[in-house]
Design a protein around this ligand. Sequence first.
Ligand code: HEM
Length: 543
Amino acid sequence: MATDDPKGSVFSKHLAATTLLGYGIFGALQVIYRLIWGWKASSRMKGLLKDTPATKGAGHDAPAGWLKDLISNRDRIHDWRLDISQGQPVSKNLGFSWHPGMNMLIVNDAEVVRHILKDEFNKYTKSELRYDPFFFYIQDFLGDGIFVVKHGVGSEDRGQDWGNMRKVSSQIFSRKNFNSLMNEVFIEKAEVLRRFLQRSRDEQKQVDLQASFFNFTLDSIMRIFFGEESNTAVGVPNVYGKAFDTAQANMRNHAVESIAPYLLFSTFLPWPFGGQHGGLARWLWDRLSRKHRTMKSACRVLDREANRLVQKCRDDPQLPERRDLLALFIQAGFSADFVKQMVLHLIIAGRDTTACLLSWTFYELTRNQDVQSRLHEEIMQKLPPGSKPDMKSLSASEMPYLNGVIYEALRLWPPVPFDVKMAFEDDVLPGGWKVPAYTQVGYCPYNMGRDPQRYPEPETFRPERWIPFTTPSPYEFPVFQAGPRVCLGMDMALFEAKTATVELLRHCRFEMVQEQTVTYGDKITLDIKSNGKEEFLVHVRDW
Ligand code: HEM
C-alpha cells in the first residue's frame, strides 16, 4: 500500500535543505577562517622575512616569478638553486601566502647549517605533514621509523621515539661482528659484480653501470640486513628489491602530482571533504591514482616479504650465530613490527645513496682517464688482486688517492644534494636572519661543495684537494648531514664504495659510451640521467 504523506515529505525536504544550508554556511566559514588565518600568518611571515634577500632572479620576490623559473629549470634543479642563491648565506622563496609550509629559506652557509643541525637542533626537524604534501607521502610509504620520525619541539614526545631508534640502531652499527660481516659481504658482492662486468667486456657489450651499482648495493644490504641471498647483479630478480623500487618510484611521482591538489583540498574544501591532510577529497584522489595504488600494493609485498623473512629468522636454528641486522634485532627481543620498519628505513637510507655515490665516482673516472690510471696505480701497489681490503687498508692514510677520489665525488655529486628541515618555533639565524615558525629551511650540500671560496675551480675533479686528508667539518661539508642526526651509515657507505671501487678497478678499466648527455634525475637522491633515462652506459676494457 502506497503511503502518501505530503507533510512527511515536505518535512524531509525541509530538513535536507536546512542541513545543506547549515553545512554550506559551516563550510564557507571554515574556508573564510582558513584564508584569514593564512593571510594573517603570511603577513606575519612576510614581515619577519622582509630583510632576507629573495633568491636572485627576475620576479623571485613573489611565488609566480620563481615558480615559473623553477618549471623552466626543472631538468637542472640543483644548478638552478646554485645560480639563484650563490653568494647569499640565506635566501628566501616565498610561496603561496595562505600556506606557511610553502615558504622556504635556502641556506649555503656553514654557521647557519651548524645552527639548524646542532645548536638549535630541537627547533628544526622533519616537516609537519599538514604543511608538506611531499613528506606526507614519504610517511605514507614508510610509516614511522628513524628516517621520518620527528625530534625536538616539533614532536609530541620531544624526540623520545627518535632517540630510542637511534640508540638501538647505533649499537647494532658499532658491533664488531657486524663490521666483520660487512667486510665479508662487500668483498663477495663486489667480486660477483666484477665477474659480471668482465663478461660484458668479453662479449663487447655496453653496460648500464648505474643499474649495476643499484643491484650491488641491494644485494649487499639484503645479506647484511636480512641474511638473505640476493643476486640482482647477475640478473636474478629479488621480490623485496623489486617491490621496494616500485613503491619508491610511484610514491615520488604521485607525491609530485599531488602537491597542487593537496593545496586546493586543504584550503578550499570544508571538513570532512578537505581541511587538514586534504580530507576525503585527498583520500579519493589517492584511490583514483594508479601510481598510488601501485605504491600501496608494492608496500603490501614488502610487508609480506618482511614477515616471511622475520619468521624464517625466528625459526632458524642458527639464529644465535647469525650476525645480520634482522637476527641481531630479534636476538635483542624487538617486536616483529619494529624490526620490519627499522630495516625498511635503513634500506631507504643506505641503499640508493651509496649506489649514487658509486655511479658518480665512476662517471668522473670515465671523464678523467688520467685520474682513473693514477687510482689504478695506487690500487695495484697497495691492494693488488688477491689481497683483501679492510677498514684499515682502505683508510685515507693507507690509500690517500682513493679517499680523495671518493671525497671529490661526494663534493661535486652529494647523494643527498638538498635537505630540508622545518622550523617549529620562531628563531633567528646567525647573521640576524629571522625564521618564522613552520618555514622550511633547506641546506645545500650541492651548492656548498661548489663554492669557489672554499674549493678553487670547483668544477674541476681534483682528488689532490683531499691530500693530506683532514676530515672536513660536517657543517662545511654536510653531505652526511651533521649534529645529533648525522648519518649513521657514513662509515659503512665509505667502506662499501671503496671496496667496490678497488675490486672493479684492479681488474677493469672503464670508458663512457659516447654520445651520452649526462645530467641528474629528480629523485631525493642524486642519480645519473643519461639522454633522459636513469642510466649510465660504459664500455668495460682491460688495463
Ligand atoms: C654515501 C652514502 C650516504 C649518504 C650521502 C648519506 C646521507 C645521509 C643524510 C644527508 C642523512 C640525513 C637525512 C635526513 O634526516 O634528512 C642521513 C641519515 C641517515 N643515514 Fe645516511 N647516507 C649514506 C649512507 C647510509 C648508509 C649506508 C646507511 C646505513 C644503513 C645510512 C643510514 C642512515 C640513517 C639511519 C639515517 C637517519 C639518522 C637519524 O635520523 O638519526 N646512511 N644519511
